[in-house]
Every structure is written in C-alpha cells, then in structure tokens.
Design a protein around this ligand. Sequence first.
Ligand SMILES: [Zn+2]
Length: 1012
Amino acid sequence: MALEEKREKRPPVTPMMIEEEAALRNGSRGLTPGPWAEAAGPRPRTTERHIAVHKRLVLGFAVSILALLAVTMIAVLLSVRFEECGAAADGPPRASGNGSLSGAARQPPGAGQPPGQPEEEARGVEAAEEEEEEEEWQRRQELPPWARPRLPRHLRPLHYNLMLSAFMENFTFSGEVNVQLEVRNASRYIVLHAHRMHIEAVRVAEDKLAGGVRVARTFFYPQTQVFVVVLNRSLEVQRSYNLKIIYNALIENELLGFFRSSYVLHGERRFLAVTQFSPTHARKAFPCFDEPIYKATFKISIRHQATFLSLSNMPVETSVFEEDGWVTDHFSQTPLMSTYYLAWAVCNFTYRETVTKSGVVVRLYARPDAIRRGSGDYALNITRSLIEFYEDYFKVPYSLPKLDLLAVPKHPYAAMENWGLSVFVEQRILLDPSISSILYLLDVTMVIVHELCHQWFGDLVTPVWWEDVWLKEGFAHYFEFVGTDYLYPGWNMEKQRFLTDVLHEVMLLDGLASSHPVSQEVQQATDIDRVFDWIAYKKGAALIRMLANFMGHSVFQMGLQALKRVGKSVNIQEVMDQWTLQMGYPVITILGNETTDNIIVISQERFVYDSDAKPKDPSRGDNSYLWQIPLTIAVGNTSHISSEAIIWVSNKSEHHRIPAFEEAGWLLGNINQTGYFRVNYDIRNWRLLINQLTRNHEVISVSNRAGLIDDAFNLARAGYLPQNIPLEIIRYLSEEKDFLPWHAASRALYPLDKLLDRTENYNIFNEYILRQVASMYLKLGWPMNNLNKSLVQASYQHEELRREVIMLACSFGNKHCHQQAATLISDWISSNRNRIPLNVRDIVYCTGVSLMDEDVWEFIWMKFHSTTAVSEKKILLEALTCSDDRNLLNRLLNLSLNSEVVLDQDAIDVIIHVARNPHGRDLAWKFFREKWKILNARYGEALFMNSKLVSGVTEFLNTEGELRELKNFIKSYEGGAAVSFSRAVETVEANVRWQRLYKEELFHWLRKSLTH
Ligand SMILES: [Zn+2]
C-alpha cells in the first residue's frame, strides 16, 4: 500500500532524486522511507506460503536437472547449446574499466533524453577518458558496448522487482523496475534493453553497502534497442548493485510487447491488455536484459482498477485494495527464468478451474460469455491429462504452483508458452463441441499439447541463444503428435498424420534453393523473429523424429547414446550436424543393376524444385552437399515385404548388395518415411510399385503409401520424374480405405491444381481427378448430421477419410457433391436451422458460396457477424473467399483491413484465401501490392505473420507476367521481409519453369489416358 501511495503522488523527478541521492550518500538508505529504500534489492516476503513455494521450486529444479537428462542429452547429441536452469555464460568482451563518457561528439544517435542528472563538473576529465576508451575499442576492433549485437556480459541481473500501474482508460502504463545486478567485470556502463518507452529517472546504488553511484548520463541507442547508463565510477567486480528505473509507455494497439485488444460483451466493447515478449519484446514493457541467457527471478506487482483482474506467471500472494477503486496484486516470486516467457495480463475475464493429481491448479480464463458456455472446458480437461502425461514422460513434476491458460481475441501467434501463464488466441483454445469439426478439435488439441510441452522443454530448459530455437520448437512440434496420441490412442498421429502435416509440408519449403539451415546464425535483434519459421518448427520436428527412429524410441526417451541398430559405428553428432547446419535435404536415387541382380546403386544429391535457381550460398554448389543418411530399405513381391535393413549412405554414390532381391521384386526405401529425404527409383521399379499398389496395396504400409504419393508428385514437379508417374500412382486410390494416403494425395494435388487452374486445358486435369475420386465418394457417402454426437467418440480415421473425399469431389466439381452442398445450404437458409454435418461445414459453405448467388454470400456474411463461436466464425469467413464474384471478393478484401470487422490475425487468412481462388488470385495480388505499406506496418514486426502473408499471396502466381510484376514490386519496395520475397521469387520462377517445361507433357498424357 505504501508503494502505491507514493507512486500516485510521485513528486516531480528532480527534487525526489536529490533527496534520495542525499539519503543514499549518507548511508541512511535503510532508514529513509523513500520508494528507493523499500524497493532496493529482492526482498522476498518470508511468509510461510512463500517458503513453501520456494522450497518446492528449489526441489523441483534439483529433480529437474537430474531428470531432464533425457532432453538435455538429446540437446547435446544435436550439438546445440542449451542452458540448464540459469547457468550464466562466460567470456565477456570486457568493457573498459575507468573513465567516463560524455560530450557532444560521442553522443550516439538516438540520445537526447537524459533522464538521470548529467554531472557537468567532470566534463573535461571525462572527455579525455572517453577518448582513451574509444581508442581502446578501436585498437581491439570492438564496437562500443551498446552498439554490439549482444549485450556486453559484464553484468548479470539476479533479480527484478517490477511494479506496474496499468491505466486502461487511456492505454498507458507506468513502471518502476529495480534490478539487482552482479558485476562480473568492472565497467562504468550499464547496457540493457529498453525500447519505445519514456524513462523518467535512473538510480544506481550499491546493494550491500549503502551509497549511490552517480549517473553521469544516460541515453537510448535505438539500433540495438538498448538504454545505456554511464556512471561516474566503475562498478566493482563481485559486488552487487541495484539499478532502479522509473518509466512509462503506451499499452499499444498492436501485437507485441504489452498490448491491448478488445471484445464485445452485451453490445459493449471491453478492453484487455496482455503481453507477448517472445522473442525480443519484453524490452517494450520494462527495461531488462532481454536475452534468454540472462535468467533471473522476478517479483511482479500490478496495480489496476478493481473492475479488472491481473494475472502473471506466479499466483497472487496478496492484493492490496485502495479506497479509490484501485488494487495492487503482488505476485509470488518466480523461479529463475528468461525474460521472453515472463507474462502478465489485465482483463475482466472469468475462469473455470481444475486440479491435477499432483495438485497443480489449472485455470482457463476467457471472455465471460465463452466461459459460461463452457467453451474452455475441453482445453481445461485435456490440459489436466497432459500435465500428468508430461510429468510421467519427463519424470519431472510441473514446477510452478499453478498454470493459467488465457484465451485472448487477438494475438500474433497461435499461442505462447509463458511459464505458468500461457496465452492462446481464442481460435486455438475455445471449442464448442456442438459446432466444431474434428479438424478444429485437432488444431486446438495440438496447440495445447505444444504449449504444455514448452512448460518443460523451453521454460525449464531454455536455449542459450536464438539459433537453437529449432530444437525447442521442433521438439514441441514433434510432441504435438506424441501427446495427441496419448489423448487419442487410436489416431496414430505420430506414425501417420505427422507425415502429411509436417514432413511433406516442410519438404516443400526446404526444397527451395533459398531455404536456410534449421540452425540459423542470429546476429542482431532484427534477425531473431526470422528464426521462428516453419523450417525451425517442422524440419526441427522431422529431424528429431528421424533421430528418435534410428536411435529407437525408448533409447531416445532415455537420452542415451547407443546405436544398437546400426551395424557400423556412427557418430551421431557428426550425422546431426550435417542435417542441422546444411540447408535442404537429399533425394536418394536407387537404381537396379541391369547385369547383376543383387547389386543396387544408391546415390544422393540435394533436392531442389528449380535446378536453375541460384544457390543462396554461391561459394557452395549443390554438388558439395552431402549427408549421412540412415536409409532403411525393404524388398517385396506381390504378397510379401521383407523386414527392413538400414544402410548408412554417406557418399555421392555407393554400390550395395541386397541379398533377397529377386528379379520380379521391387525395392522400397525410407520405410514408414521416418527419414527426412525423398527416394527416387528407376522407372522399372516405379512401375513395379504402381502394380503392387493396384493389385494389393496393403503389402506396403500406410505411411509408405502416403510417402510414395508425396515423393512422386514432388519429384515430378521438380523434373526428376516423368509427369505421368504420380498420376498413375493415385489410380489405386479407388481401393484405398485409409485416410493418410488420400490426405497425402489431396495435399500433393493442391499445388498442381493451382498451377493449372487458370489454364485453358484445366478441365482435362479436372476430369481425371474426378474419375479417381468418384467411386470412393459413392462408397462413403455423406455423414449424418451429428449435432448430438460427441466428436471425440466419432471414428476419426473414417470421418476424416470421408471428409477428404468429399472435399476433393466438391472442389473438382462432382455434380452430386455440388447438389448436396446446395441443398444443405438452402435448407439452412429456409429453415434457419443449421443441419449441416459439423465435419464438412467448411466444404459445404465454400461450395455453396461459389455455386450459388449473392444472397448466399450475404447470408454467410450475416452469420459471420452474428455468431460468437470462434470455430464457426473462422470457417464462415473463409467461405466468403470462395465466391466467383469479383465484386464480392474485392469488397471482402477491403473489409478485411477494418479491425472492427475482421481481427488482425484473420485478415491475413482472408487475403491468402482469396489468392487461392483462381477468380481472386489477381485481385488479392493487386490488393496486396496496393496495401503493402499498411499491411507491413501492421504485421512487419511480427515477421512470422508477414512472411505467411507474402508467401500465401504469391505462391500460386505462375505466369511470366506475374513474375515480372513481383520482381518490379520488390524493386520499388525497400527493406524488411527480404527473405520472404526472395523465397517468393524462387517459388514463382519454379512455377513458371514448370509451366514451360512440363505442362504440355502432363496434358498430353492426360488426354491419352482419358481416351482409353
Ligand atoms: Zn513453441
């Protein structure tokens, strides 16, 4: 309470400073009841509760260091640097000890608000000392400590006391941070991150002995987003100091830092404020050492109007109410943690709660109407099970006393794993079982599995620096499948859907010459967002899965280095380095030998879609890429397949003897597609495989059937294989009763469809696909209206297969499918009761909008506005992009930028979906170019969204004219998103090249095949 009063009546800066300065000098800090005195240093409350919590945390950490062996061993194997629970790094570039810094000549750009009080008297001496320092830096070819990409390591924060006041009526906040610093090397400079804030006052004092250290001056250095405090004397080694900064800033209307968003309840707009700090945005909310290596403890207090509630990583310890309707929540001290997963929120949400077996209190906070409807219950229930799952898997208990899940309307990512307070965008956590599809349920489930995995792998064990992000993200992404299998054992996610959704998906991206290694060098802050891309997540996951498979899952879980399956000794670190430090992936070609039956030739080369594309690294031709590849291989004949053997392929080309290889038999590589590479064969072997699939496909495993389809389509797209081979393979699908191969085919056909959908012969392709789909469509039929049936009970494989086939039938124009969709929509409009089966609603809405007149579009538009269920809102909005009517598409594009109508993160999806529609592709492309400034300003900083937009709008451009437009646009536009644009150019060039080289070959074969 004392704090608030003082903060409320805070005197103007200068008098207070002088007073405090005097008090500090007189060594009477402990006696002076000033805010500085109370706030100095970490003063954890010694209440019983705190001790209990603290003990538990210490215990938790001790156990975790031992038991996280599994995970850290994997990290070691993968040759990455992970930090165990707060060990700090060594080896600072030592900043000079004595001397000081001032004077106009040295004033760095961005200086200009010196909040401390400059000490004018020592200027002459300081200027001389400063020159010395400058010379010293030059001699050592070093930048000044504030200009370096990483913080100088002479200081280490031990503890932060952070007191915030959030003013929701004008969206500002003020803060006072007290950082306890340990000095590792003497220096006069305190350099820490601070961005977009106004600093009012700065104080430095010695912690143990009373006495201030005079601040000579302070300045911002915006290039590295740091704030520099120059002191009159050096901070001494091994001593601990206290840095206090008083500041204020805006609660921004954007997506990063401490930002606001809103929702409508009972016709009234309500606001909330929440944080997103990962990777480098904590510095917008408080001055801090904003690098993951600087783990510290945090004690946070948030003052807000009592009509709101506040949340943070830890539970509230005490709340102090004031008479004027304000309250201050004091949160318990956190364990050691990095700044990027610190979090807080101020909102007027309500919650539901559950408790795990081990006593962790889990709450889900959301809009009151969503909580009342029970939309958070699903997430809450699976979270409880998943905490139990992870506690068992990692053999480490969850380390905090509580976990809050917060569902917010607006967020740059699907979710963020802040320790103890994970934040989710509503669409990825709220679920109304009565109106959600399996796919939606799967999305929600997997995001939650992912974020919970990070509570261990990410929050407890944290990468030292951002180039290792792929490991934490790859691991969590891989676990989305493992964890979902735990919840739904029959779904076989890790063995099946992982292939289509991760492996096949990322091989599309990583097959571009402009790709990048999964482990990326990160030099400066602006590079950091770049590492959070699908390569990091999906390739990371695919590599971890490959490793788990060739090590064996149980060994992998134990984290022990044993390779019993491998005949020769393989250095895992060397193997993994090749996969993580080289971009792209290999295509293995297996050729049978004409003369000697049992000998095959296995060669490897880097797979690229466009062999004409300029290599990103000109010093390295594609020829120099080499991997050690764990190639599993099996031979088969009409009714039988051998057990797999593993061959480590490490040369460009190798001969191998395959003992059981008969003349009429076929070879199959990459068994169950556990490896991160493609396999090509001679045409004879492809033919034998196609025959096998047609006669008895079950000899080949489900995952290999899906793998053959994906490999064949992509090998053909890149020109490694004749265009007819993939189209011949999918003929067997009429007999395929498993979901996965259909899903793989549907996904592989999609880009091909987009390459052809504006060509004059498109109907030939269309006709061919329809023929392959027709019989299965008839066999499976439509689902019944399952309004009263619980989704989880539904047979996932069967329903997903039916959905996939209906989607193919409707999108390629099956007449029955179209009629059925139109009937269902008409029934909805006339009865005003939506009886459309949940799992196909998106297909029906989209088909209805594309076939039927404007009234249907208006009807869906109206429903989009009136529905409050987030899953339904999402598919209604996407359906609007399916129209053939260019006026409606244009109208929608323009409306998408109105944040009141379409949420910021959804606007991107609208534009991308219009671009996928052949009738809207040019509209979206034009809209994108015209609005680029607005879009880039809105999403630029959240690079992930920006690059999603750039690739989504451009990936299906495929004419020479469009390629020219793209290049001209990039020329006229300067800065930012350069990586996304170079990828876009390569994709469009590959599209154009495919049209030029292979389109006719494809149509030629299709014509011939259809007349037979
Ligand atoms: Zn993640």
